[in-house]
Design a binder for this molecule. Structure first.
Ligand SMILES: [Zn+2]
Length: 206
């Protein structure tokens, strides 16, 4: 396999990128001058090296912005409402919600969703970590867990799976498990919703 083929193969591993787009990326890079390519390569390495995963919410954050090691700024923020925990699929969802300023509780990044009829759901998401996080939270004032997943069959399936996992905790600690309300129409990816829609979906949760 030539380096060009190998590069193409790497691009097809990117989310939403098929062989055709991968090929376009490769040719784009090959047409650029050497300086551009070297800068791109070192940027990728630098970005990776200066990023940490929060040990509390599992989001990625720049370690340069960090004062207390291992925990991101919103998990460190004393004004964060510890009574609510919002579960999102991925980092971009979390970034989006923070940017909109419609939610003031804690977050947890699942790291994926559970495909329908999946035989090993716990390997697709941070199921065990979520259980521990909710359990610890419940002992420290957590009252509600909001499952903020995409409105599509896979999102629904993930909600069902998570509800089952969290049920014993919900009973033991009288936790409310809620999902986002109707404001979000079918097929909506949380990543693409605007702040009005999200705010009403949050208000109408149940
Ligand atoms: Zn965090």
């Amino acid at each position: 396999m030539t380096p060009t083929d190998k590069l193409m193969e790497y691009f097809t591993k990117f989310p939403g990128i098929g062989p055709r787009q991968a090929k376009r990326f490769v040719y784009f890079i090959l047409r650029k001058d050497k300086r551009f390519v070297e800068e791109l390569a070192s940027l990728i390495v630098n970005a990776k090296e200066s990023t940490m995963q929060c040990s509390f919410c599992y989001r990625l954050f720049s370690s340069q912005l960090n004062t207390q090691s291992g925990i991101c700024s919103s998990c460190q923020d004393l004004n964060t409402d510890k009574e609510v925990l919002m579960i999102v699929e991925k980092d971009v969802d979390l970034e989006n919600i923070i940017k909109m300023g419609v939610f003031n509780g804690f977050f947890f990044v699942l790291g994926g969703s559970v495909p329908i009829l999946d035989k090993n759901p716990s390997s697709k998401i941070r199921a065990k970590e979520l259980f521990t996080r909710v359990q610890d939270g419940a002992k420290n004032g957590l009252k509600e867990v909001i499952l903020a997943l995409s409105v599509n069959p896979e999102g629904e399936n993930t909600i069902m799976y998570l509800s089952k996992i969290l049920e014993p905790l919900a009973e033991k600690y009288s936790l409310k498990i809620s999902t986002l309300g109707r404001g979000l129409s079918t097929g909506t990816e949380l990543e693409y919703s605007d702040s009005d829609t999200l705010e009403s979906a949050l208000k109408n949760r149940g």
